[in-house]
Design a protein around this ligand. Structure first.
Ligand SMILES: [Zn+2]
Length: 366
C-alpha cells in the first residue's frame, strides 16, 4: 500500500473508532437518563450516606466505572491497537496502561472536583448557580493554562531546556525581530510514547513557552526547526492563547446558561427532585456535549484561521520559505498525516488547515 493510502486508512479507522466511542457514550447517557437508572444510582448512593457531597462522590465513582468499563474496548483500539498497527507508537502495553491510569487519576480527579463544585453551587444558589459556576470554571481554566506546563504536563512527559545553542540563538533572534520574548524553549520527550512529531506554544504569563518534541528535533534540519519555531512565535505575537481564553469564556457561560434552562425545562418530567438532584448529571453532560458538537465546526474554523495567521507570520519571519515547506512535508510523513482530507471532514474536525493547503499557501505567498 502506498503512503497516501496508508494515511487515508489510518485516519478513516481512527475516525470510525472515535465516532463509535462517541455513540457509545451518548447511548449510555440517554439510557441512564431515560431508564431511571441514574435515579437508581443516586438513591443507592444516598442510602450509604446522608451527606450530599459524599453521596455525589459515590454516584460519580459508579458513573465513572460504567463509562470506563464500557468504553475500554474502544479506548484500547484507538489508543493502542491502531497506533501499533501503523507503527506509530513506541509504547509497550504496560506503559500504555500506566498512562491510562494516570490520565484517569488526573482527569477523573479534576472532573469530580468540577462536578462537586457545580452541585455545591446549585445547593447554595438555586437561581444564580450557573453564573457562579461559569465564572469559577473560567478562572480555573486560566489558572490551569498557567499551571499546566509546570504541573500537569510533567505527569505525562519529560521536558528539558533545549541545549542546542545555535537553535536558542535563532529563537532569540526571531523573538527579538517579533518584538516579543518567549520564556523558554523546551525539548519535549515524546519519543517514549510515539514516533509522531509535534510542537506547541503553551502556558500563560511566566509559564509561556515553546515546546518541541525530540522526535521533531531529531529529524528536522535547523532551518526547518526555525520555521516551526516561527509558526509557534506567530501564535504568541497574535495573542492566540488570550483569544482562546475569550472563546472559552463565551462558550462556558453559554453552556451553563443552556444547562440551567434545560434542567428547568425537562428536569421535572424526567423525575428529578430539583436542580441540585445529581441524578440529572446525564442531562447536564448531554447539554454540554450537544453544545460542543454544534460549536465544533465554528471553533475549528476559527482555529484554522489562527493557524493560517501563524503560518503567515512564520513565512514573513524566516529567510527561506522552502524550509517551511519541507518542514510541512516532514511532519506529514512522520505523523502519517492525511495530506488532503475530504473537505467536509476538514471543515468539521480539523483544527489546522490540511498540509496541502498550508504548502500551497506558502508557495502562493512567495
Ligand atoms: Zn499552530
Amino acid at each position: 500500500m502506498d503512503e497516501s493510502n496508508r494515511a487515508k486508512r489510518y485516519h478513516l479507522t481512527g475516525r470510525i473508532l472515535g465516532v463509535a466511542g462517541f455513540v457509545v457514550d451518548l447511548g449510555l447517557l440517554l439510557l441512564l437518563m431515560f431508564s431511571g437508572w441514574s435515579i437508581g444510582l443516586r438513591s443507592l448512593a444516598e442510602r450509604v450516606t446522608s451527606s450530599p457531597a459524599l453521596s455525589l462522590l459515590i454516584y460519580l465513582a459508579l458513573f465513572g466505572l460504567i463509562f470506563e468499563v464500557l468504553g475500554l474496548p474502544l479506548d484500547y483500539l484507538k489508543g493502542y491497537w491502531l497506533e501499533h498497527r501503523y507503527s506509530l507508537s513506541n509504547l509497550t502495553f504496560g506503559a500504555w496502561v500506566k498512562d491510562q491510569l494516570k490520565g484517569l487519576a488526573v482527569g477523573g480527579g479534576l472532573a469530580a472536583l468540577g462536578v462537586e463544585f457545580i452541585y455545591w453551587t446549585m445547593r447554595r444558589w438555586a437561581g444564580d448557580w450557573w453564573i457562579i459556576s461559569a465564572a469559577t470554571f473560567v478562572a480555573f481554566f486560566i489558572l490551569l493554562a498557567n499551571l499546566a506546563p509546570v504541573l500537569l504536563f510533567p505527569i505525562f512527559f519529560k521536558f528539558k531546556p533545549i541545549e542546542d545553542s545555535n537553535l536558542t540563538e535563532r529563537l532569540l533572534e526571531l523573538s527579538r525581530r517579533a518584538g516579543t520574548r518567549v520564556r523558554g524553549v523546551f525539548e519535549w520527550k515524546l519519543s517514549e510514547k510515539t514516533k509522531k512529531a509535534n510542537a506547541a506554544l503553551v502556558g500563560l504569563g511566566n509559564t509561556r513557552r515553546i515546546i518541541l518534541s525530540d522526535t521533531l528535533l531529531e529529524k528536522f534540519e535547523a532551518d526547518e526547526v526555525e520555521a516551526v519555531l516561527a509558526h509557534e512565535l506567530g501564535h504568541h505575537v497574535h495573542h492566540h492563547v488570550f483569544r482562546g481564553i475569550v472563546v472559552q469564556t463565551v462558550t462556558t457561560f453559554l453552556g451553563f446558561y443552556l444547562a440551567k434552562a434545560c434542567l428547568a425545562h425537562w428536569g421535572p418530567a424526567l423525575g428529578f427532585r430539583g436542580i441540585a438532584d445529581f441524578a440529572n448529571l446525564p442531562l447536564l453532560i448531554l447539554v454540554g456535549t450537544g453544545l460542543s458538537v454544534l460549536l465544533l465546526p465554528g471553533v475549528n474554523a476559527y482555529s484554522r484561521w489562527l493557524e493560517r495567521q501563524a503560518d503567515a507570520y512564520a513565512l514573513g519571519a524566516i529567510r527561506d520559505r522552502s524550509a517551511f515547506i519541507s518542514s510541512m512535508e516532514k511532519l506529514a510523513q512522520i505523523n502519517l498525516s492525511e495530506r488532503q482530507p475530504p473537505a467536509w471532514i476538514e471543515f468539521i474536525f480539523h483544527s489546522h488547515p490540511s498540509i496541502e493547503k498550508r504548502i500551497a499557501y506558502a508557495q502562493r505567498s512567495g
